[in-house]
Design a protein around this ligand. Structure first.
Ligand code: GDP
Ligand code: GDP
Length: 455
């Protein structure tokens, strides 16, 4: 490496950074208007606009990456969900339940000016039940005179209230220090293989695509493993289902089976549920209703799974209803709308008739295999050497940036770091990704490529 102009420490640092495993997840929960979104903005450094002016505006983005004191983690913002027809308690409780479920630690935000309300107490009970580490944020303490308000929140029994002004940034640093102490280095959901228990599947898709029908079909025809096997603790919201002779864990099936009819915030609720399930899973089976046009919502769900770096299977459902014309148009739509996941294995199923159910497991196994693929450094560099010789980067400003060497820094999903002599254009990066896929497979998995340029 040294003779290529990179020093060994740079290279090792870059590999470590690119190869980071899954990030721990922090959920920010609390009643509406206590300042959750403002706080999330603060934590992520306002890199993305989270706070919407209009109430009830639906946001489908709920997880963000953040960094504090050199540590990276994900933040789940539950601020986008307004009160629903069941009243405030039900909606706050339900959103908190999903978020807490997916989280490794929780920031519970209370409006210190208002003090603890009955709804806050209800959330405290949920937090106790979940047993996750909690950092209590006493928000809207904009100046020293508010500190007394914060101290009243000791009464919640969650330990020290951290006085914070999410709006002005006061106290957020100290609170984030406490968050880092509470947050494990890696998510509790370790991405184990055979030894780590059943593989985890998230069955996701927009409402009415047939998720609960599919779940009932696979759970009904095969065997739902309900009995408590020795040594297995079963999460009540997850379901163990035996498919193709193997036991799988379908995560967050309670969220699929629970019929929630909301007026406001229904889309947001669905997004939050999807994000929570994706965080917990290794592979996402994305269900798409083949009888209807592929929608923006379908694409968002796909993007969510890709960005989370999960293995992906696409299942086109309701195949029993498709006539020849619809099948023709569906293929065109897949080409134009789902180009970002051409690499995902695909099955055409019917939850109603059971068509091609037996193809689901092989597709899931293919995707997981791609997700775990590791290319030895020697093989990778032989491949890169040939590639660069045959297809050099276009010359820019009289110089020709060159890929010098590369390594795979991690798996689940595969992450590569390439070291280059100059800026590598996006088009050339995509070309490399395409060729990597042709050469090494990676079926059913997103791959990350980062490029380091020699100074
Ligand atoms: P959410 O519904 O919990 O996500 O709350 P928002 O982040 O949307 O904030 C609700 C309102 O409280 C907004 O008008 C914010 O500007 C305000 N707010 C949030 N944090 C603070 C704070 O630290 N101090 C003060 N004074 N206002 C705040
Ligand atoms: P979910 O909201 O994604 O859980 O969707 P459901 O499982 O509730 O299904 C929505 C509707 O689509 C129901 O009326 C189902 O009977 C119907 N449905 C689900 N799968 C199929 C299928 O494969 N073929 C047909 N014809 N209808 C289906």
């Amino acid at each position: 490496a040294a003779e290529e102009g990179f020093d060994v420490e740079d290279v090792e640092g870059a590999i470590e950074e690119a190869g980071h495993g899954p990030l721990p997840v922090l959920a920010v929960v609390g009643r509406p208007n206590v300042g959750k979104s403002t706080l999330v903005n603060r934590i992520i450094g306002r890199r993305e606009a989270v706070v919407e002016d209009k109430p009830g505006v639906t946001r489908d983005r709920v997880t963000y990456e953040a960094e504090w004191a050199g540590r990276r983690f994900k933040v789940v913002d539950t601020g986008g969900w307004e009160q629903d027809v069941f009243g405030i308690d039900a909606s706050v409780a339900a959103q908190a339940e999903f978020a807490i479920e997916a989280a490794d630690a929780v920031v519970f935000v209370v409006d210190a000016k208002v003090g603890a309300t009955d709804t806050d107490e209800a959330v405290v009970r949920l937090l106790r039940k979940a047993g996750k580490p909690v950092v209590l944020c006493a928000n809207k303490v904009d100046g020293p005179s508010g500190e007394a308000d914060a101290s009243y929140l000791w009464s919640l029994g969650l330990g020290e209230p951290h006085p914070v002004s999410a709006l002005h940034g006061r106290g957020t640093g100290d609170m984030l220090d406490a968050v880092l102490e509470a947050l494990p280095e890696a998510p509790a959901q370790t991405f184990g293989t055979g030894v780590g228990g059943p593989r985890r599947i998230a069955l996701i898709g927009r409402p009415n695509v047939g998720k609960s029908s599919l779940l009932n079909k696979v759970a009904g025809e095969e065997r739902v493993v309900v009995n408590e096997l020795a040594g297995t603790t079963r999460d009540p919201v997850d379901e163990l289902i035996e498919l193709g002779g193997v036991t799988w864990k379908f995560v967050d099936t309670a969220g699929i089976r629970k019929r929630v009819h909301l007026q406001q915030g229904a889309d947001y609720y669905a997004s939050l549920r999807t994000a929570a399930a994706v965080e917990k899973a290794e592979v996402a089976v994305i269900l798409i209703d083949g009888s209807e046009s592929i929608s923006v919502q379908d694409q968002r769900i796909v993007t969510m799974a890709v960005e989370a770096g999960r293995a992906i299977v696409l299942a086109y459902n309701k195949w029993d209803t498709l006539d020849e014309e619809r099948r023709y148009y569906l293929e065109r739509e897949i080409e134009t709308e789902l180009g970002q996941v051409v690499w995902a294995p695909r099955v055409n199923v019917s939850a109603r008739t059971g068509r091609h159910m037996e193809k689901l497991v092989p597709a899931i196994e293919t995707a997981l295999a791609g997700w775990e693929t590791r290319v030895p450094t020697g093989r990778l560099n032989a491949f890169l050497g040939e590639l660069v010789a045959a297809h050099p980067h276009p010359i820019r400003g009289g110089k020709q940036p060159r890929i010098l060497f590369g390594t795979q820094a991690g798996t689940k999903p595969p992450r590569f770091v390439l070291f280059a002599s100059g800026f590598i254009e996006a088009g050339y990066r995509r070309f490399i990704e395409r060729r990597l896929r042709e050469e090494f497979g990676f079926e059913g998995t997103p791959i990350h490529i980062s490029v380091r340029v020699r100074e």
